[in-house]
Ligand binder design. Structure first.
Ligand code: PMP
Ligand code: GLN
Length: 385
């Protein structure tokens, strides 16, 4: 009998976020790589969770999520996006957005199903498809503005296409989808019976007065969609690993819960109770875009003194910069070079492409205190390759 383990993910190594955070720690670099804020989260939310623990909310809660939190979230979503939702059928609380994406894909895909993915894309999507026997069909976002080439989407749809994954605001580019994009998607889905996984973890991190185009605004589209959210992003607590997903397709949600119940069963109870109490303060999420826009703007202004070239960012934690005019160095090498030689860690954008497409672009996370951004940019002022 062989004791050899056949990898289900033979092409996959350690995620770039861990690689770059470790390198940043080794070289004592300012870490603008992995996306997490370095400013404190709300003391009031911490107090809400502490109170929940002191009040005894310390045992398993419902496998679909604390009922009060689900009700509060359905009200919030209905208020923001206008589609009525039912806490019992349409929402499940998950240990983070990453888990919700994996579970949604696992519940939906049969081996051989094709999934349309737009590149660059968040690094978990492709392994999640492959481990479930699905076939990723990648489409490059338009080079000039990272918008979706809808003609190509129509060309690449086959009888095997099961799912399209979208992400707005977009990681790593900071691009955002417009109403016309969601309308095109709605038409495709209605015609072809395809499903949509909508990664909306940066829903509130959107700038310049742009309205977030959630699939929850489009009742017909939501019937074919699962939308994914993350408390970590909304409340500056990425380490809490708590999120949720929403779908009015009750069959997909039932299948999701079948997988979920034997994977994590239920999520952290006191945090859910604390969040349910804290959701009474809508300002906490309604002001987030304006707050984070100030970080984007300050970072952009500081970076003008470096030779790097800014690409636009309309949302998320991220801003991409090109060094194509400065060097031919591959971007993974460039990210290591900046970390080791200049003490600033970034993420090479080629890590977001299946075939490693390298446009000499680095992703910077600006969800940092102004002092951190100043420290990082001061180190890059005399950047030379
Ligand atoms: N999707 C995208 C695009 C992300 O950037 C992240 C952040 N890690 C996630 C999903 C997952 O969020 P979470 O930390 O809640 O798992
Ligand atoms: N979403 C974060 C990023 O894109 C990191 C999440 C992770 O480390 N897995 O940087």
């Amino acid at each position: 009998m062989s004791s050899f383990i056949y990898s289900k993910l033979p092409q996959v190594g350690t995620t770039i976020f861990t690689v770059m955070s470790q390198l940043a720690a080794t070289h004592n670099a300012v870490n603008l790589g992995q996306g997490f804020p370095d400013f404190p989260m709300s003391a009031e939310l911490i107090a809400c969770v502490t109170k929940a623990m002191q009040d005894g909310a310390n045992q398993y809660t419902h496998m679909n999520g604390l009922p009060l939190l689900r009700e509060q979230l359905c009200q919030k979503m209905e208020h923001l996006y206008g589609t009525p939702l039912h806490a019992n059928d349409h929402i499940t609380i998950t240990p983070g957005g990453t888990y919700a994406i994996y579970t949604a894909i696992t519940a939906l895909l049969q081996p051989g199903d094709e999934v349309i993915v737009f590149e660059p894309c968040y690094d978990s999507y492709l392994p999640n498809i492959i481990i479930n026997g699905g076939i990723p069909v990648t489409i490059a976002l338009n080079a000039n503005d990272y918008s979706i080439p809808w003609d190509e989407v129509n060309d690449k749809i086959t009888t095997k296409t099961k799912l399209i994954i979208i992400n707005s605001p977009h990681n790593p580019t900071g691009a955002v989808l417009q109403a016309s994009d969601l309308q095109q998607l709605e038409a495709i889905v209605a015609q072809k019976g395809i499903f949509v996984l909508s990664d909306e973890v940066y829903e509130h991190l959107i700038f310049d007065g742009i309205a977030h185009q959630s699939v929850c605004r489009y009742p017909n589209l939501l019937q074919h969609s699962m939308a994914v959210f993350s408390f970590g992003k909304t409340y500056h607590c990425t380490g809490w690993k708590l999120g949720y997903c929403i779908s009015t397709n009750e069959q997909w949600m039932q299948e999701f819960r079948k997988v979920h119940q034997f994977n994590v069963f239920s999520c952290n109870t006191p945090m859910q109770a604390g969040l349910a109490a804290y959701l009474q303060h809508p300002d906490a999420y309604l002001t987030l875009g304006t707050q984070m826009q100030a970080h984007r703007d300050y970072f952009q202004q500081l970076m003008q003194s470096t030779p790097l070239q800014a690409l636009p960012s309309y949302g998320s934690y991220f801003q991409c910069y090109s060094y194509a005019h400065l060097s031919d160095m591959p971007d993974k090498e460039a990210a290591v070079y900046l970390t080791e030689q200049y003490g600033v860690a970034t993420i090479p954008v080629s890590a977001f492409y299946a075939n490693g497409t390298d446009n000499k672009v680095l992703r910077f996370c600006f969800a940092k205190q102004f002092a951190t951004l100043e420290r990082a940019v001061a180190r890059l002022n005399d950047l030379q390759f």
